[in-house]
Design a protein around this ligand. Sequence first.
Ligand code: COA
Length: 341
Amino acid sequence: MASVPIASEIEVLDVRHFSARQLRPLLEREADAWRDRLRWDYSSSTELLLQYLESRILTGFVALDRGRVCGYTFCVYEGTKAVIGDAFAAGHRTMSDADATRSLLVPMLEMLRHTPGVDRVEAQLLLFNAGEFADLFAGPEFTLYPRLFLECDLGGHDPTKLRDALAADAVATDLSGVGPELALSLWTPVDYQTAAELVHACYVGHADAQINDQYRSLHGSLRFLHNIVRFPGCGVFEPGFSWMLRERRSGVLAGMVLCSRVGEKVAHITQLCVAQAYRGRGLGRALLERSARSLLGAGFEAITLTVTEGNLQAVRLYKRFGFTLRHRFDAMVLEPQFKRR
Ligand SMILES: CC(C)(COP(=O)(O)OP(=O)(O)OC[C@H]1O[C@@H](n2cnc3c(N)ncnc32)[C@H](O)[C@@H]1OP(=O)(O)O)[C@@H](O)C(=O)NCCC(=O)NCCS
């Protein structure tokens, strides 16, 4: 009987059997995919990840195709939560990249289900299309949230208007049209605490707090900010393009926009939020504009961001501003009750 290539041609082993040197070619291939698909320079994340892999401190799996590394996945633990940090496969001789990735996600989910103390799993697999793994994440214990990767081409976003505004605004620190009682200033590390309080308050009852439970507490929001500012997972933080909006008199923080560099000329907005009491006055748009102007002035060509598809207010704001859809992917959550089933 003729032999048929089957999925068992893939071998899945514990990631700790592998050195950084063995995994480097795959991770470099992944960095190429991030650059091509999302205009994202993943190289600093790759280097950090390789350090962790070399230290054997990550939990995860590697896929082998006849002894050759063709995929990997890992997770990190934050208290009782596990975050699947990545899952990527490329170059298997007979399986599609998605199927090879699937063969890694299956044991990862299985392991996390049976890991004592883990009561929640989160994952956002940005390189895959929404719905790609819907069958794996089916069932009442899973929730999938489609998310959008949006892009704003600064060159195409009414550049004349933006450039004029930039020239007129070179030294201004207030926002014309939204009231003289508000003032803009750039992010400084002194802002951590008030910024975390704003993030926490802005996401009460919000879908994004279902996707990322850090938003649900002040401590978690502070941790989220530290991750954005100090680590390269979401790009390299750019304090020079991250703006805080305050009441002049009281100093109360009304909103903020945080920005990272993800490519030589590409910025990524990692956070935009406006306190409830100040919404619907154009401040979200004004913060976006201020950031876009400063980025344009510094030679950036594009801004990207991710937004939950169901966050209709934010999606509308971004689309009206000039953002367009580049990619649609899924955020996945395994809810706490899954252990009781
Ligand atoms: C999304 C968010 C930042 C928008 O902030 P905002 O300041 O309310 O945004 P804007 O005021 O610029 O725009 C919102 C609406 O106000 C309208 N608006 C703008 N200027 C206005 C003005 N001067 N007077 C009245 N309405 C105005 C806009 O047209 C828009 O209306 P629309 O939704 O019908 O199009 C805010 O809702 C928020 O912080 N949400 C929680 C966090 C979040 O989801 N962040 C985005 C994550 S990707």
